[in-house]
Design a protein around this ligand. Structure first.
Ligand code: NAD
Length: 239
């Protein structure tokens, strides 16, 4: 059996799949990841992206944060790709229970996925730091400089910045889903960002599948390892 046949066999025989993904799931939608050769870490900015996307940087250099954020993190024209769409289809068929994602782009929901644990939040939710009024991504995109609420407060994206803690209930839900899964498919993530990537240790099901372009620290534990593009691999799943 080749690897794609093995993948289809595992998916076909699973009853409770959980997908754990990262930025590589959205590169085929035109959103750059962090660590690929054309990812954000290999482009030139005055500061490294990890520093810009930190809580300290947000508080101290808010305008500079927003210059990067509007240019690189808000991608209003991005559409779900085959991986997002097939994952939503597996949930609809009742064989996938949850998507756990490190992405903040909302593309799983745009594809129709309903149970999505967004470990790092979402660019689609933004709140005034003063009165907590909410704003959408379009408002953030069309604002200039530091986006301000009608009350004058600074608006902050509901995105977990470096140095900030993950949301407790999101983590609890994700851990429960992973612990209950019979198959865990990990895809499009370098598994380098903690504590998010540590959640996969709660998996105790039958099949661990990894689909990623480059090696990850967990490859040795995989029952099936596919080095390829996730959209192309998922395209083999029938409707
Ligand atoms: P990462 O950039 O560290 O790693 C991405 C991985 O995906 C790499 O190993 C790469 O080889 C692989 N990859 C790229 N395109 C792929 C494809 N088409 N098919 C299969 N594999 C592919 O991403 P990460 O592990 O998610 O960590 C980065 C952090 O940055 C996350 O916390 C995430 O929140 C954030 N981020 C999010 C977005 C987004 O929301 N779309 C984009 C950039 C960064």
């Amino acid at each position: 059996m080749d690897k794609i046949e093995q993948f289809l066999d595992i998916v076909g025989n699973s009853r409770n799949i959980v997908f754990f993904g990262g930025a590589g799931v959205s590169t085929e939608s035109g959103i750059p990841d962090f660590r690929s050769v054309d990812g954000l870490y290999n482009q030139q900015y005055d500061y490294p992206p990890e520093q810009i996307l930190s809580h300290t940087f947000f508080m101290n250099k808010t305008e500079e944060f927003y210059r990067f954020y509007r240019n690189k993190m808000l991608c209003p024209d991005a559409k779900p790709n085959t991986a997002h769409i097939k994952l939503a289809g597996l949930e609809k068929k009742g064989v996938l229970s949850a998507v756990v994602t490190q992405n903040i782009d909302g593309l799983h929901q745009a594809a129709g996925s309903r149970r999505v644990y967004e470990l790092h939040g979402s660019v689609h939710r933004n709140y005034c730091m003063n009165c907590h009024k909410s704003y959408d991504a379009q408002f953030m995109l069309s604002s200039e400089g530091v986006p301000r609420c009608s009350c004058g407060g600074i608006i902050k994206p509901d995105v977990v910045l470096y140095e900030e803690a993950l949301d407790d209930s999101t983590v609890t839900g994700a851990v429960q889903a992973i612990a209950d899964a019979d198959t865990l498919i990990i895809g499009g993530t370098s598994l380098n960002v903690y504590p998010a990537s540590g959640l996969i240790r709660y998996f105790r099901g039958n099949h661990l599948v990894i689909i990623n372009m480059s090696p990850t620290p967990t490859d040795k534990n995989a029952d099936l390892l596919i080095h390829g593009k996730i959209g192309e691999v998922f395209a083999n799943i029938g409707d």
